[in-house]
Design a protein around this ligand. Structure first.
Ligand SMILES: [Zn+2]
Length: 149
């Protein structure tokens, strides 16, 4: 989660926590590691962690330098992704997003979906239908064990 959004929508954040979902750090305001000094980037991530308090960090856009990875990996479990749903692409359809997920996801996959207005229509359909699809195949959606060390 991006803490700038948490501060704007505290009720949504609280609902996520209350429902028992795992939450990870996605920076304070979604900045790119490639475009910021190491110190600014680390401060932004730590600022987010003051609220989120998670061991998980996913760099926005996956744009992070090797030096930033080395430093942040001492403190956080860096999470990338294995399946892009494409929900953010305005030229794609909800069905195509779902097919991207179904075709490419397997046990342990990390699927990227977005909680913004641009992706909403694709994301809501693809999330619900892919959960249904994989549940019917016997998959479970558990929290990452790294949260409970
Ligand atoms: Zn992001």
């Amino acid at each position: 989660m991006v803490t700038d959004n948490i501060l704007k929508h505290r009720d949504v954040y609280q609902q996520v926590i209350d429902e028992g979902h795992a939450v990870g750090n996605h920076s304070h305001n979604h900045i790119k590691g490639w475009k910021h000094s190491d110190n600014d980037y680390f401060a932004n991530v730590d600022k987010a962690n003051n609220i989120i308090k998670s061991k998980l960090f996913r760099p926005p856009y996956g744009q992070i330098t090797p030096r930033q990875i080395k430093f942040l990996a001492k403190k956080y479990e860096l999470i990338m992704w294995s399946v892009l749903s494409g929900d953010y692409d305005k030229n794609t359809s909800p069905k195509k997003c779902l097919n991207n997920i179904i075709k490419n996801a397997k046990s342990g996959s990390i699927i990227v979906l977005h909680d913004n207005l641009k992706a909403e229509k694709n994301m809501l359909f693809a999330l619900e239908e892919s959960l249904k699809h994989f549940s019917e195949l016997g998959y479970r959606f558990d929290k990452l064990s790294v949260l409970y060390e």
